[in-house]
Design a protein around this ligand. Structure first.
Ligand SMILES: CC(=O)N[C@@H]([C@@H](O)[C@H](O)[C@H](O)CO)[C@@H](O)CC(=O)C(=O)O
Length: 305
Protein backbone atom coordinates (compact mmCIF):
# COMPACT_ATOMS: atom_id res chain seq x y z
CA UNK A 1 0.00 0.00 0.00
CA UNK A 2 2.93 2.33 -0.57
CA UNK A 3 2.25 5.98 -1.34
CA UNK A 4 3.35 5.57 -4.99
CA UNK A 5 2.12 8.55 -6.95
CA UNK A 6 -0.05 9.74 -4.04
CA UNK A 7 0.52 13.10 -2.43
CA UNK A 8 0.89 13.32 1.32
CA UNK A 9 -1.62 15.90 2.50
CA UNK A 10 -3.37 17.04 5.68
CA UNK A 11 -2.64 16.27 9.30
CA UNK A 12 -0.26 13.56 10.42
CA UNK A 13 -0.21 12.61 14.11
CA UNK A 14 3.28 11.92 15.43
CA UNK A 15 2.30 9.03 17.67
CA UNK A 16 3.35 8.57 21.28
CA UNK A 17 4.72 5.14 22.10
CA UNK A 18 2.41 3.41 24.57
CA UNK A 19 4.37 2.03 27.53
CA UNK A 20 3.69 0.08 30.69
CA UNK A 21 4.37 1.57 34.13
CA UNK A 22 7.85 -0.01 33.83
CA UNK A 23 8.47 1.76 30.49
CA UNK A 24 8.23 -1.40 28.39
CA UNK A 25 6.43 -0.90 25.09
CA UNK A 26 2.73 -1.69 25.36
CA UNK A 27 1.33 -2.65 21.98
CA UNK A 28 -1.98 -3.81 23.45
CA UNK A 29 -3.49 -0.32 23.14
CA UNK A 30 -2.36 0.43 19.57
CA UNK A 31 -5.68 -0.62 18.05
CA UNK A 32 -7.63 1.61 20.46
CA UNK A 33 -5.20 4.46 19.73
CA UNK A 34 -5.74 4.11 15.95
CA UNK A 35 -9.52 4.09 16.43
CA UNK A 36 -9.34 7.18 18.63
CA UNK A 37 -7.35 9.10 16.00
CA UNK A 38 -9.67 8.09 13.17
CA UNK A 39 -13.01 8.38 14.96
CA UNK A 40 -12.47 11.23 17.43
CA UNK A 41 -9.81 13.37 15.74
CA UNK A 42 -10.46 12.49 12.10
CA UNK A 43 -6.70 12.05 11.68
CA UNK A 44 -5.82 9.38 9.15
CA UNK A 45 -2.06 9.68 8.82
CA UNK A 46 0.50 8.71 11.44
CA UNK A 47 4.23 9.22 11.87
CA UNK A 48 5.55 6.37 14.02
CA UNK A 49 8.75 6.13 16.13
CA UNK A 50 9.64 9.80 15.62
CA UNK A 51 10.50 12.36 18.28
CA UNK A 52 7.11 12.16 19.98
CA UNK A 53 7.32 8.37 19.88
CA UNK A 54 10.78 8.46 21.57
CA UNK A 55 12.10 6.50 18.59
CA UNK A 56 15.73 7.21 19.47
CA UNK A 57 15.21 5.76 22.95
CA UNK A 58 13.83 2.45 21.65
CA UNK A 59 15.74 -0.61 20.56
CA UNK A 60 15.67 -1.71 16.93
CA UNK A 61 13.58 -4.74 17.93
CA UNK A 62 11.05 -2.55 19.75
CA UNK A 63 10.83 -0.20 16.79
CA UNK A 64 10.16 -3.10 14.45
CA UNK A 65 7.46 -4.48 16.73
CA UNK A 66 5.80 -1.07 16.97
CA UNK A 67 5.97 -0.53 13.21
CA UNK A 68 4.28 -3.89 12.65
CA UNK A 69 1.51 -3.12 15.14
CA UNK A 70 0.79 0.37 13.80
CA UNK A 71 0.73 -0.91 10.21
CA UNK A 72 -1.47 -3.88 11.14
CA UNK A 73 -4.04 -1.80 13.01
CA UNK A 74 -3.84 1.09 10.56
CA UNK A 75 -4.69 -1.13 7.60
CA UNK A 76 -8.02 -0.07 6.10
CA UNK A 77 -8.36 2.78 8.63
CA UNK A 78 -5.33 5.01 8.08
CA UNK A 79 -4.47 6.62 4.75
CA UNK A 80 -0.75 6.61 5.48
CA UNK A 81 1.46 4.97 8.07
CA UNK A 82 4.90 6.58 7.87
CA UNK A 83 7.68 4.93 9.79
CA UNK A 84 10.57 7.00 11.06
CA UNK A 85 13.72 4.88 10.71
CA UNK A 86 16.51 7.30 11.69
CA UNK A 87 19.14 6.04 14.19
CA UNK A 88 22.74 6.89 14.94
CA UNK A 89 23.94 3.86 12.97
CA UNK A 90 23.47 3.54 9.22
CA UNK A 91 23.13 -0.25 9.46
CA UNK A 92 20.29 -0.02 12.00
CA UNK A 93 18.61 2.66 9.93
CA UNK A 94 18.78 0.56 6.77
CA UNK A 95 17.53 -2.46 8.71
CA UNK A 96 14.50 -0.47 9.91
CA UNK A 97 13.87 0.90 6.42
CA UNK A 98 13.86 -2.58 4.88
CA UNK A 99 11.65 -3.82 7.69
CA UNK A 100 9.15 -0.96 7.17
CA UNK A 101 8.86 -1.99 3.53
CA UNK A 102 8.43 -5.65 4.39
CA UNK A 103 5.68 -5.01 6.92
CA UNK A 104 3.61 -2.84 4.58
CA UNK A 105 4.28 0.76 5.64
CA UNK A 106 3.32 3.52 3.22
CA UNK A 107 6.48 5.61 3.52
CA UNK A 108 9.66 6.08 5.53
CA UNK A 109 11.40 9.10 6.93
CA UNK A 110 14.79 9.69 8.51
CA UNK A 111 16.60 12.36 10.47
CA UNK A 112 20.28 12.99 10.00
CA UNK A 113 22.61 11.10 12.35
CA UNK A 114 23.15 13.49 15.22
CA UNK A 115 26.21 12.38 17.20
CA UNK A 116 28.85 11.98 14.51
CA UNK A 117 27.19 14.45 12.17
CA UNK A 118 27.62 14.70 8.40
CA UNK A 119 30.27 17.33 7.75
CA UNK A 120 28.66 18.59 4.55
CA UNK A 121 25.39 18.54 2.67
CA UNK A 122 26.86 16.00 0.27
CA UNK A 123 27.74 13.69 3.16
CA UNK A 124 24.19 13.88 4.44
CA UNK A 125 22.75 13.13 1.01
CA UNK A 126 25.13 10.19 0.58
CA UNK A 127 23.96 8.79 3.94
CA UNK A 128 20.25 9.26 3.20
CA UNK A 129 20.69 7.77 -0.26
CA UNK A 130 21.79 4.52 1.38
CA UNK A 131 18.87 4.63 3.79
CA UNK A 132 16.31 5.17 1.04
CA UNK A 133 17.92 2.45 -1.11
CA UNK A 134 17.17 -0.09 1.63
CA UNK A 135 13.45 0.43 0.91
CA UNK A 136 13.42 1.57 -2.72
CA UNK A 137 9.69 0.95 -3.17
CA UNK A 138 8.73 3.36 -0.37
CA UNK A 139 8.55 7.14 -0.66
CA UNK A 140 11.28 8.73 1.42
CA UNK A 141 10.88 11.91 3.46
CA UNK A 142 13.78 13.79 4.98
CA UNK A 143 13.08 14.74 8.61
CA UNK A 144 14.51 18.19 9.33
CA UNK A 145 14.55 18.96 13.05
CA UNK A 146 17.67 21.05 13.71
CA UNK A 147 16.76 21.90 17.32
CA UNK A 148 17.24 18.24 18.22
CA UNK A 149 19.55 16.84 15.54
CA UNK A 150 21.95 19.79 15.55
CA UNK A 151 22.10 19.45 11.75
CA UNK A 152 20.87 22.65 10.16
CA UNK A 153 21.71 22.74 6.46
CA UNK A 154 19.38 24.91 4.43
CA UNK A 155 16.69 22.53 3.29
CA UNK A 156 16.23 24.42 0.04
CA UNK A 157 19.80 23.53 -0.95
CA UNK A 158 19.55 19.96 0.24
CA UNK A 159 16.34 19.22 -1.63
CA UNK A 160 17.87 19.67 -5.08
CA UNK A 161 20.71 17.29 -4.18
CA UNK A 162 18.33 14.71 -2.72
CA UNK A 163 16.14 14.85 -5.77
CA UNK A 164 19.16 14.17 -7.94
CA UNK A 165 20.53 11.24 -5.92
CA UNK A 166 17.56 9.62 -4.20
CA UNK A 167 14.97 8.24 -6.65
CA UNK A 168 12.34 7.64 -3.93
CA UNK A 169 12.75 11.11 -2.35
CA UNK A 170 9.30 12.64 -2.03
CA UNK A 171 9.55 15.55 0.39
CA UNK A 172 10.42 16.94 3.80
CA UNK A 173 9.00 16.91 7.30
CA UNK A 174 10.09 20.40 8.29
CA UNK A 175 10.22 20.84 12.08
CA UNK A 176 11.72 24.30 12.25
CA UNK A 177 10.59 27.92 12.33
CA UNK A 178 12.64 29.12 9.34
CA UNK A 179 9.65 30.00 7.17
CA UNK A 180 11.78 31.54 4.44
CA UNK A 181 13.60 28.27 3.86
CA UNK A 182 10.27 26.39 4.03
CA UNK A 183 8.54 28.78 1.65
CA UNK A 184 11.30 28.65 -0.97
CA UNK A 185 11.24 24.84 -0.89
CA UNK A 186 7.52 24.87 -1.74
CA UNK A 187 7.98 27.56 -4.34
CA UNK A 188 10.84 25.83 -6.14
CA UNK A 189 9.92 22.15 -5.82
CA UNK A 190 6.25 21.96 -6.67
CA UNK A 191 6.33 18.21 -7.26
CA UNK A 192 7.39 17.43 -3.66
CA UNK A 193 5.48 17.33 -0.35
CA UNK A 194 6.46 19.75 2.41
CA UNK A 195 4.92 19.12 5.81
CA UNK A 196 5.31 21.59 8.65
CA UNK A 197 6.24 20.40 12.14
CA UNK A 198 5.78 23.31 14.55
CA UNK A 199 2.14 22.87 15.48
CA UNK A 200 1.69 26.18 17.31
CA UNK A 201 2.79 28.06 14.17
CA UNK A 202 0.98 26.00 11.55
CA UNK A 203 -1.18 28.88 10.32
CA UNK A 204 1.93 30.85 9.33
CA UNK A 205 3.17 27.93 7.26
CA UNK A 206 -0.18 27.60 5.47
CA UNK A 207 0.27 31.07 4.04
CA UNK A 208 3.41 29.81 2.32
CA UNK A 209 1.61 26.76 0.98
CA UNK A 210 2.34 23.97 3.50
CA UNK A 211 0.92 20.73 2.12
CA UNK A 212 0.25 19.30 5.54
CA UNK A 213 1.59 19.04 9.05
CA UNK A 214 3.18 16.42 11.27
CA UNK A 215 3.06 16.92 15.01
CA UNK A 216 2.31 15.77 18.52
CA UNK A 217 -0.73 17.96 19.17
CA UNK A 218 -2.70 16.43 16.28
CA UNK A 219 -3.12 13.40 18.53
CA UNK A 220 -5.55 15.31 20.72
CA UNK A 221 -6.17 18.59 18.88
CA UNK A 222 -6.57 17.09 15.41
CA UNK A 223 -10.25 17.88 15.20
CA UNK A 224 -9.68 21.49 16.34
CA UNK A 225 -6.80 21.91 13.91
CA UNK A 226 -8.99 20.62 11.08
CA UNK A 227 -11.40 23.47 11.81
CA UNK A 228 -8.51 25.90 11.44
CA UNK A 229 -7.49 24.32 8.13
CA UNK A 230 -11.07 24.58 6.88
CA UNK A 231 -11.35 28.23 7.93
CA UNK A 232 -8.09 28.99 6.12
CA UNK A 233 -9.31 27.20 2.98
CA UNK A 234 -12.52 29.26 3.05
CA UNK A 235 -10.49 32.45 3.34
CA UNK A 236 -11.83 33.07 6.83
CA UNK A 237 -8.56 34.27 8.34
CA UNK A 238 -10.24 35.77 11.39
CA UNK A 239 -11.60 32.39 12.41
CA UNK A 240 -8.37 30.58 11.52
CA UNK A 241 -6.40 33.02 13.69
CA UNK A 242 -8.80 32.59 16.59
CA UNK A 243 -8.34 28.83 16.52
CA UNK A 244 -4.55 29.02 16.16
CA UNK A 245 -4.40 31.47 19.07
CA UNK A 246 -6.42 29.11 21.29
CA UNK A 247 -3.96 26.34 20.47
CA UNK A 248 -1.07 28.73 21.16
CA UNK A 249 -2.62 29.73 24.49
CA UNK A 250 -2.78 26.08 25.45
CA UNK A 251 0.84 25.52 24.42
CA UNK A 252 1.89 28.65 26.35
CA UNK A 253 0.14 27.23 29.42
CA UNK A 254 1.99 23.94 28.90
CA UNK A 255 5.39 25.60 28.38
CA UNK A 256 4.90 27.97 31.35
CA UNK A 257 4.60 24.91 33.58
CA UNK A 258 7.90 23.73 32.18
CA UNK A 259 6.22 20.79 30.54
CA UNK A 260 7.69 18.99 27.55
CA UNK A 261 7.38 15.68 25.74
CA UNK A 262 6.72 13.59 28.89
CA UNK A 263 3.81 15.80 29.80
CA UNK A 264 2.53 15.90 26.20
CA UNK A 265 2.20 12.15 26.50
CA UNK A 266 0.28 12.57 29.71
CA UNK A 267 -2.03 15.13 28.08
CA UNK A 268 -2.81 12.57 25.37
CA UNK A 269 -3.62 9.94 28.02
CA UNK A 270 -5.93 12.40 29.77
CA UNK A 271 -7.73 13.57 26.63
CA UNK A 272 -8.04 10.20 24.90
CA UNK A 273 -8.67 8.09 27.99
CA UNK A 274 -6.03 5.63 26.72
CA UNK A 275 -3.33 4.93 29.28
CA UNK A 276 -0.08 5.55 27.37
CA UNK A 277 2.06 5.21 30.46
CA UNK A 278 5.19 7.16 31.30
CA UNK A 279 8.00 8.01 28.90
CA UNK A 280 11.28 6.11 29.03
CA UNK A 281 14.52 7.21 30.67
CA UNK A 282 16.02 9.77 30.44
CA UNK A 283 12.69 11.59 30.04
CA UNK A 284 11.12 9.44 32.74
CA UNK A 285 13.40 10.88 35.44
CA UNK A 286 11.37 14.06 36.00
CA UNK A 287 8.04 12.63 34.96
CA UNK A 288 5.12 12.94 37.28
CA UNK A 289 1.55 12.34 36.36
CA UNK A 290 0.08 15.83 36.26
CA UNK A 291 -3.32 16.19 37.78
CA UNK A 292 -5.63 15.37 34.87
CA UNK A 293 -8.04 18.05 36.05
CA UNK A 294 -5.44 20.80 35.45
CA UNK A 295 -5.15 19.79 31.82
CA UNK A 296 -8.87 19.25 31.33
CA UNK A 297 -9.78 22.58 32.95
CA UNK A 298 -7.42 24.54 30.69
CA UNK A 299 -8.56 22.75 27.55
CA UNK A 300 -12.16 23.40 28.59
CA UNK A 301 -11.52 27.06 29.37
CA UNK A 302 -10.09 27.50 25.88
CA UNK A 303 -12.94 25.59 24.28
CA UNK A 304 -10.56 22.91 23.03
CA UNK A 305 -12.19 19.96 24.72
C1 LIG B 1 10.42 19.24 18.84
C2 LIG B 1 9.15 18.47 18.67
O1 LIG B 1 8.93 17.53 19.38
N1 LIG B 1 8.34 18.88 17.72
C3 LIG B 1 7.07 18.21 17.44
C4 LIG B 1 5.94 19.19 17.49
O2 LIG B 1 4.74 18.55 17.19
C5 LIG B 1 5.83 19.79 18.90
O3 LIG B 1 5.58 18.77 19.83
C6 LIG B 1 4.71 20.81 18.97
O4 LIG B 1 4.89 21.78 17.98
C7 LIG B 1 4.66 21.45 20.35
O5 LIG B 1 5.78 22.27 20.54
C8 LIG B 1 7.13 17.56 16.07
O6 LIG B 1 7.69 18.39 15.11
C9 LIG B 1 7.94 16.28 16.19
C10 LIG B 1 7.37 15.20 15.40
O7 LIG B 1 6.59 15.40 14.53
C11 LIG B 1 7.79 13.83 15.73
O8 LIG B 1 7.36 13.33 16.73
O9 LIG B 1 8.57 13.26 15.00
Amino acid sequence: MALAGKKLRGLVAATFTPMTSRSDINVSVVQEYVDYLVNKQNVKNIFVNGTTGEGMSLSVQERKRLAEEWVKHGRGKMDNVIIHVGCLSLEDTKDLAAHAASCGADAISSVSPSFLKPSSQDALVLYLKEVAAAAPSLPFYYYHIPSLSGVNYQVRNLVGKMQLHIPSFRGVKFSDVNLMDFSLCIHEYKELDFLFGVDEQLLGSLVFGAHGAVGSTYNYLGSTTHKMLAAFEEGNLKKAREIQCKIQEFMAFVFALGWGLPEFKNIMSVTSGIDLGPPRLPLMANWKQEHPETVRAELKRLGLM
